[in-house]
Design a protein around this ligand. Structure first.
Ligand code: GP9
Ligand code: MN
Length: 726
């Protein structure tokens, strides 16, 4: 303490600042302070662990030193100081622009946004002034003070340049710090760079500067591939699509014509949960998803028991890409994150809007920036996106991935009732998400499984909660009258229990840990897929082998939409010509009789590898492999080359993303109702301008199971976040 005091007294600090290195250090400290200030009062990055705070606080350091150190190589006095101040000014400007942008969009600025490619109609231009705060001068006052101090020689400029070797040492040090920062971030959030969940995460773990540079590199790379792609590349795609097209099933074509589509995204729900009963410690059986089971067996439901997810690193976002576009996600990372704000799509909301006059909306209780949804949905043609900002999200009713399912559905209907019908809507549930350990209070009570793996143990309870939330939503749909006029499609997006944990699950699914194989892992990738068409009694359990890529052609045909003009890579699952070949994103595949995994052929009926396949079988597998490769390659060439922009024959007018804004949507939907007057088809209007919100009834697990034993307070294990596979 004394030392510091005397340090100041002797006025050493001033001397230090009068050297180039001292001045350089001052700028670093100031920039660091500004970043920390922004982290504290501007950005809401969802930090809840001390290690995350630590990473957050250190993350501006490396890039700030690195970028400012560029000026250390400048030898001439004036130029060196000018360079320092210019870099300083630019870094401040970058931070400040992000702060202002964040106030409006709860998101960070991408290179595309900067270049104007992603301009939004309600863009920053008009609203920027409104977004300034009186205290914003704090971010600039230091800059003015320093320039003033330099001009009036209160800070003196040092003549002697910094030795080049020393500058190099500083730059190198900053690179080392950066890699330290990065590896720490990767341990907390595996796959941070390869999967790029969200811009939030990049800023949270690496800082604004690193995020911007990273975004620039990725943008450059994708732009290169796009620039080289041409109309000719589309030819091969169109040939493939024509050859692969499967005729609709005449009996079902148009069965749901003109109806609302209500997609329910069953987070991490696997098919094995359907009809599953969990045994508690007293040997008592508990049905995990009683409501979904009843739907599954209902004769108004077309239920599939051989439907596989086909996602890769983009997880939920990959499932959405597949379901909405009949295209695969990318081999690495998320298409939403990497191309969602650039590419042209032929997504369901757009097709249905342009051919059938549908309105479309997504409902999801997490931040809109997660998986870059707020940008991607515009290019899919979603008219509305109700993200967390439209919900009352509190500490109690939410967890790290957003609002819990019951309040989510309950709070969604206030918006749903104002959508013009027919609508195409998607409800993305999220409570049944890794780490499956968040049910508290009145929602706790469903028994835990008793394996060595905490993640597996909690999975059934959150699945049960998801099930109950869907039942409440269905009850509302029936009470409000939306039900009869809708087709409700439910799908599991991907596995909930990763392959690395499956051995611990084996016993629960009637297998043994010791004999568990890759074949078993592959079979676990089945997810629920149910198409519920109220009023029909034609529903049945369909055993066709298919995957998420097949969902869109299946749905469009049920709605009576001709799909021959569109670039869809899947096949109608009701078609007699469906080839029942399910590609996984990594090139493996499943057919009704065989499963092909990295060179090994497994017989589905025995579960064993076929070590000496017959010539006929080898040829058959070879042919399937080629088809799978072609399907995946076609998907990649469409996505990487942004080929759909050339597909004018689709008849779809191009989407202008700036026609879409997800801000102040309540004004938007009610303005449309007002403008349409008697012609408005929203539930609210049809109901004589009376809200149906009160028809939603919600109950807790304990309400429904008053005799259930309340378990001891569960200690939630969030000490390590998900592994890369989760
Ligand atoms: C986040 C949610 C989860 O908003 O959809 O995504 P996931 O981690 O499953 O990809
Ligand atoms: Mn998911």
């Amino acid at each position: 303490m004394k030392k510091i005091k005397s340090f100041f007294e002797k006025n050493n600090l001033k001397k230090v600042v009068n050297t180039r290195l001292g001045f350089f250090a001052l700028l670093i400290v100031l920039l660091w302070l500004k970043n920390v200030l922004a982290y504290t009062i501007e950005f809401n990055l969802g930090i809840d662990r001390s290690i995350e705070y630590f990473i957050l606080w250190i993350n501006p350091i490396a890039t700030t030193i690195l970028l400012l150190s560029i000026a250390l190589y400048v030898r001439r006095k004036r130029n060196a100081y000018i360079a320092l101040m210019v870099i300083y000014g630019l870094l401040t400007l970058l931070l400040f622009s992000n702060i202002v942008y964040y106030r409006e969009f709860t998101d960070f600025i991408t290179i595309n946004t900067m270049l104007g490619a992603g301009k939004v109609s309600t863009g920053l231009g008009e609203s920027a002034l409104r977004l300034f705060r009186p205290y914003d001068f704090i971010y600039w006052i230091d800059m003015i003070a320093i320039i003033f101090a330099l001009a009036t020689k209160r800070i003196k400029m040092q003549e002697k340049p910094v030795r080049a070797r020393f500058s190099l040492a500083i730059s190198t040090l900053s690179v080392l710090i950066f890699f330290g920062n990065l590896s720490l971030a990767e341990t907390v959030r595996p796959g941070l760079l390869s999967r790029t969940f969200s811009r939030d995460y990049l800023v949270k773990y690496l800082g604004v500067n690193a995020f911007t540079v990273y975004d620039g590199v990725v943008t450059y790379q994708t732009n290169q591939v796009r620039a080289e792609a041409s109309e000719n590349d589309l030819e091969a795609v169109l040939d493939y699509v024509d050859g692969h097209y499967a005729e609709p099933n005449e009996k079902l074509y148009g069965l749901a014509e003109g109806r609302n589509v209500i997609y329910i995204h069953l987070e991490s729900l696997q098919q094995f949960v359907i009809d599953y009963q969990l045994e508690d410690e007293n040997g008592q059986l508990h049905e995990v998803t009683p409501f979904l089971n009843s739907l599954y067996h209902d004769n108004s439901t077309f239920s599939f028991d051989n439907f596989f997810h086909q996602v890769s690193g983009g997880k939920t976002s990959d499932a959405e890409t597949l379901m909405d576009n009949s295209l695969f996600g990318l081999n690495q990372g998320s298409l939403f994150s990497q191309m969602g704000d650039k590419n042209t799509f032929q997504a369901a909301p757009n097709i249905l809007a342009q051919t059938q006059g549908y309105t479309s909306a997504v409902f999801h209780g997490n931040k809109g920036s997660f998986w870059n949804r707020n940008e991607t949905y515009k290019r899919f043609g979603y008219d509305y996106f109700f993200d967390a900002s439209y919900y009352d999200v509190t500490e109690e009713n939410s967890f790290q991935y957003g609002l819990h399912d019951k309040p989510f559905f309950e709070q969604s209907v206030q918006y749903l009732e104002h959508l013009q019908q027919p609508f195409y809507s998607k409800f993305i549930a999220v409570s049944n998400h890794y780490p499956y350990s968040e049910l508290k209070g009145d929602e706790a009570g469903f028994p835990m499984a008793n394996t060595d793996d905490e993640t597996i143990n909690g999975y059934f309870a959150t699945a049960n909660y998801l099930d109950a939330s869907i039942e409440e939503f269905f009850n509302y749909l029936k009470a409000s009258g939306l039900y009869e006029n809708s087709v409700i499609v439910l799908y599991g997006d991907h596995y909930g229990i990763s392959n690395s944990r499956n051995k611990d699950l084996a016993e629960l699914v009637g297998k043994s840990k010791a004999t568990w194989t890759d074949f078993d892992n592959a079979q676990m990738q089945r997810v629920p897929y149910m198409i519920h068409v109220p009023g029909t009694t034609e529903g049945y359990e369909n055993h066709t082998y298919g995957g998420e890529v097949d969902a869109l052609p299946t749905l469009l045909h049920l709605l009576g939409v001709d799909t021959t003009n569109y670039v869809l890579l899947g096949q109608d699952l009701f078609s007699a010509n469906n080839e029942q070949l399910v590609a996984f994103r990594n090139g493996n595949f499943v057919t009704p009789n065989y499963t092909y995994l990295g060179g090994t052929i497994y017989d589905n009926h025995t579960g064993f590898a076929v070590n000496t396949p017959s010539e006929a079988l080898s040829a058959q597998i070879e042919e399937s492999l080629l088809k799978v490769e072609t399907q995946l390659r076609t998907s990649d060439s469409i996505n990487n080359g942004d080929l759909l922009r050339f597909n004018v024959e689709s008849g779809l007018a191009p989407i202008n993303p700036s026609d879409y804004s997800y801000l102040r949507q309540v004004n938007q939907i009610t303005a449309i109702e007002d403008a349409l007057g008697d012609k408005s088809t929203s539930l609210f209007s049809v109901n004589g301008n009376k809200s149906t919100v009160d028809l939603f009834e919600t109950k807790s697990y304990l309400d429904n199971n008053p005799v259930a034993e309340v378990p001891e307070e569960e200690t939630t294990t969030t000490s390590t976040e998900e592994a890369a596979t989760e």
